[in-house]
Design a protein. Structure first.
Length: 167
């Protein structure tokens, strides 16, 4: 359930070789994040904190739309726009075809947060109702238990994008 310290793959909050433990606030969110296929069996573990964790929560400014301004916004709106964009950057779903270099901006931000003494970052999941946490110290949580689940249903919803690239 934990990444191997000497062979960690690249993630949104960590470069290759530097492990980071990704956990979710809800089991449904964790299961959605791994994008399982119908009929697959997945294991979900529960963890408990071994200490009080200091986490930067990017999701506090989560909205469905990024702000667009026609004139220079005031300082409060600029700050809100930065936090909203940071949450979107961490929450945006990735695919196997994405370039690993696309992770560089969020990895740099995560490394900054880590260098400031925080234990991790939290951000909204775009695939579930809960939050994701990227914890920098693999031992900051303790394994509690685990359960197996079979994927019985996957639901999609679609809307027209009116984008000529897809016609």
């Amino acid at each position: 359930m934990r990444p191997l310290p000497d062979s960690a793959s690249e993630g949104r909050a960590n470069p290759k070789g530097i492990p980071c433990l990704y956990v979710a606030s809800q089991k449904e969110t964790a299961m959605s994040e791994i994008r399982p296929w119908l009929g697959s069996i997945i294991s979900v573990a529960r963890f408990t904190n071994s200490k009080e964790l200091r986490v930067i929560d990017f999701s506090r400014h989560h909205t469905n739309k990024l702000p667009i301004y026609l004139s220079e916004p005031d300082e409060a709106k600029r700050i809100e726009a930065v936090w909203t964009n940071l949450d979107k950057a961490f929450s945006q779903p990735v695919t196997n075809s994405d370039q690993k270099s696309d992770y560089a901006p969020t990895q740099i931000i995560a490394e900054l947060v880590k260098s400031l003494g925080y234990d991790g970052i939290a951000f909204r999941s775009s695939l579930g109702q809960g939050h994701n946490l990227a914890l920098f110290d693999l031992n900051s949580v303790n394994f509690k238990d685990s359960s197996l689940f079979r994927v019985n249903d996957v639901q999609f919803s679609f809307e027209s994008s009116n984008d000529e690239r897809y016609i």
